[in-house]
Ligand binder design. Structure first.
Ligand SMILES: Nc1ncnc2c1ncn2[C@@H]1O[C@H](COP(=O)(O)OP(=O)(O)OP(=O)(O)O)[C@@H](O)[C@H]1O
Ligand SMILES: [Mg+2]
Length: 312
């Protein structure tokens, strides 16, 4: 549904987006994650045809967004990170106005307006003025607006920012419904755990570069493959025993870092896979270290985010 090829955007000397390649299949809910300034909004504005890339290309359902922006716009619904809502318009009038902009016929417009207000749970606000809505309600109205022309691809730039936990949960429910409707969704956030809960796949961007793209499971596997080993020695085994174990580990060529987390807990980073872990355990046992627990400490997603987007 969406294919991005070597997409690059430069603002003067700053490369905000650096050769991004990405494919998102039809019906996928794809998370776009990265810290402030990573290039998420830049990418989304290019996809929404509001800005031209410096180089590279992107295709929505086969349509080149740079060469055929008008056709691309009919396929894309875009919810910007900051949006204006007109005062003195009621919610239903607001959606009707956007329906007119897309030249949707009167009866269809009315039907869409009702359906969309129901989808974003604003039915009871149909006759309320837009400026009387809370921020979370305005965000939902803006989401409804982006759906008025029944686009295939939705580009949502931080749709849940500033929402309370209840509203975020509602937003997740709406996104699930959109997926059931067969929409393809690209949604950005800088909260990795939140996106990973609802997305099929993720792309992590940092300083304009892709640092990971794949399923949530693949991200966890990748990160846990690099996770440190936690080695616990018998409680009360004494400082000497811990020092001896650390000294033995230090001699092993694949050990890159040893930290004493607690009196009897060593956190060890190794360069290698399971064979290396097996060898480390064997060497410790042979040296007489009283090992009672030896495992890779799984990283939570918050840590993963910090790790993959860290300058290191
Ligand atoms: N119009 C512009 N002119 C110059 N530089 C810009 C412009 N828009 C964005 N940038 C720069 O491009 C980089 C990427 O910005 P972008 O807004 O795409 O990041 P983002 O991932 O959306 O960040 P955030 O999480 O804060 O929304 C930043 O360094 C930003 O300062
Ligand atoms: Mg942004």
């Amino acid at each position: 549904m969406l294919r991005i090829h070597e997409l690059t955007k430069k603002y003067g000397t700053l490369t905000a987006l650096d050769g991004l390649n990405l494919e998102i299949g039809e019906g996928q809910l794809h998370g776009f994650v990265g810290p402030n300034g990573a290039g998420k909004t830049t990418t989304m504005r290019i996809l929404a045809t509001l800005m031209k890339p410096t180089s590279g290309a992107a295709f929505v359902a086969g349509t080149d967004i740079v060469r055929e922006p008008a056709k691309a716009r009919s396929l894309i619904g875009y919810m910007p990170d900051f949006f204006g809502v007109y005062d003195r318009l009621k919610c239903s009038e607001y959606l009707d106005f956007y329906g007119r902009c897309y030249r949707i016929a009167g009866s269809d417009r009315q039907r869409m307006t009702q359906q969309l207000l129901a989808l974003v749970q604003l039915e009871d606000k149909a006759d309320a003025y837009v400026d009387s809505l809370s921020r979370g309600m305005k965000q939902r109205l803006c989401l409804a607006r982006s759906l008025i022309h029944d686009p295939k691809l939705l580009i949502l730039d931080e749709p849940a920012s500033g929402m309370d936990p209840r509203a975020r949960a509602d937003m997740k429910g709406i996104l699930r419904t959109l997926r059931e409707m067969g929409k393809t969704v690209l949604i950005s956030s800088h909260i990795l755990p939140e996106l990973s809960e609802m997305c099929d796949s993720l792309t992590i961007l940092d300083h304009g570069r892709l640092v990971f793209s794949g399923s949530v499971g693949a991200l966890a596997d990748k990160m846990n493959g690099n996770a440190p080993l936690d080695i616990r020695l018998r409680e009360g085994c004494g400082e000497e025993a811990v020092e001896a174990a650390a000294a033995r580990l230090k001699e092993l060529p694949y050990v890159t870092e040893i930290l004493q987390e607690e009196p009897c807990l060593l956190r060890v980073r190794v360069n290698g896979e399971e064979d290396v872990c097996a060898d480390a355990l064997q060497q410790l046992i042979l040296s007489g270290a009283p090992v009672c627990d030896f495992h890779r400490a799984p990283m939570n997603l918050e840590k993963v985010f910090m790790e993959v987007t860290g300058d290191a």
